[in-house]
Design a protein around this ligand. Structure first.
Ligand code: NAP
Ligand code: NAG
Length: 376
């Protein structure tokens, strides 16, 4: 049986779902001759590791208990009484992870799996790369920081996978890598990469006011607790930056033109969420509706997309033909149109759910299995 050791950073919605997928795929992986060994799990406060990471792992009963404890809002350190393990507090965490990476990196290709939502893992990840580890990311932040960090993280392309950073489980990065490595030049990518904004923009076509659509989306749980986190476009910009860098652009976040759907005066530092929802948003209804109507005169619809073309990288509202893949988008799917030499008249289209713990964690798991061919 081929053993793949991994250490999970982040045990929130995605991290827990990943542990559950790992446990429920045991017999499938066994048929493929593979065993995933989870040797450690950490959250923002502690690391729980197997008692001897070289030979032992956290067993399934333990992993499921870790999920249960985290869902209940308790600390990982309460697992001390549940089974044999080592527990380290926040201050010892980075040093201990590096020790484990030195021990297992070159020898086994230990995968550090980043399902956190913080910049703070960058240092660990870059050092892990030097120690021969593989890294798998759902977290976009390490890839959207300084160019110098990005260069380090991708310095060994076979040691990194980050499919779930763009379009969750959709095969976006893998498809682009295949096109790039076959020498087919990518001319343009247009993508609706926010489920929330996809939903909002398609609902606008029926003439509904923006304010009501956003209210409905919020109560359906489609938005972040503060919908401005979606409407501002920064999450789409992070994904755009990851795609731009994949295509070879050496740019940083600040060089991306991002159109926010709300003005500066309505930003979180100046208005509470309630105030924004009740008095801010309705002020935007007319402007957006006028734009929708103007677009429809030309047979177009509005979509909130990222556009990558040559050195251009922009995020915001674009008028697109009603009868294109993006124009037909309804609901919260992500849609990407990729134009290259091979896909020149009709684009390659990738569409499907672009968020959710389940699909995101499935994407991470597939990434972990994808790098294991490097090691015995
Ligand atoms: N959910 C989706 O649909 C989706 C889709 C695509 C990508 N993603 C990305 O996937 C990542 C995880 O999302 P999520 O929804 O699971 O987030 P989440 O629920 O906020 O979980 C984040 C986890 O990271 C932990 N953490 C924070 N700082 C840490 C550190 N320095 N070291 C190790 N762990 C740390 C947190 O610890 P505590 O528990 O102690 O707070 C928490 O367990 C995010 O980067 C997100 O952008 C999510
Ligand atoms: C993802 O997991 C978190 C934490 O368990 C939960 O609050 C959230 O509703 C889940 N999201 C989805 C779309 O299932």
């Amino acid at each position: 049986m081929k053993k793949i050791p991994l250490l999970l950073l982040g045990c929130g919605g995605v991290g827990r779902q990943l542990l559950q997928h790992i446990v429920s795929c045991r017999s499938l992986h066994a048929q493929q001759g593979i065993k995933l060994r989870v040797i450690g799990v950490c959250d923002s406060k502690s690391l729980v590791a197997a008692s001897d990471v070289s030979v032992s792992e956290l067993d399934d009963r333990f992993l499921l208990e870790a999920c249960r404890i985290k869902s209940a809002g308790s600390s990982l350190s309460t697992l001390r009484s549940f089974g044999e393990c080592q527990i380290y507090g926040h201050s010892e965490l980075p040093q201990r992870v590096i020790e484990i990476a030195s021990l297992l990196g070159k020898a086994t290709g230990l995968a550090l799996v980043d399902c956190s939502a913080t910049m703070d893992t960058i240092d660990l990840l870059t050092r892990a790369i030097d120690l021969g580890c593989c890294i798998v990311l759902a977290n976009k932040k390490p890839l959207t920081s300084l160019m110098e960090h990005y260069d380090k993280l991708v310095s060994q392309p076979r040691h990194i996978r980050h499919e779930s950073t763009v379009g969750a489980g959709l095969p976006v990065i893998a498809s682009l890598n295949r096109i790039l490595s076959s020498g087919d030049p990518i001319r343009c990518i247009i993508g609706s990469l926010s489920g929330t904004l996809g939903y909002v923009m398609s609902e606008l076509e029926d003439g509904k006011p923006l304010s009501e659509i956003v209210k409905a989306a919020k109560s359906l749980g489609y938005t972040e607790p503060d919908p401005r986190d979606d409407l501002g476009g920064m999450d789409v910009a992070r994904k755009a930056l990851i795609l731009a860098r994949l295509l070879g652009s050496r740019i940083v976040m600040d060089s991306i033109k991002v159109e926010s759907l709300y003005p500066e005066e309505m930003s979180p530092s100046k208005m509470s969420i309630d105030e924004f929802m009740s008095t801010g948003l309705p002020l935007l209804d007319k402007y957006i509706n006028d734009r929708v109507q103007k677009a429809s005169l030309h047979g177009n619809v509005l979509r909130y997309v990222c556009v990558l073309e040559g050195s251009r990288c922009e995020v915001g509202i674009q008028e697109l033909p009603k009868n294109s893949a993006l124009g037909r988008l309804k609901g919260s799917d992500n849609v990407l149109e990729i134009y290259s030499r091979c896909y020149s008249q009709q684009p390659l289209v990738i569409q499907g759910a672009g968020a959710g713990n389940d699909t995101t964690a499935a994407g991470v798991l597939a990434d972990i299995l994808d790098i294991q061919d490097l090691f015995n």
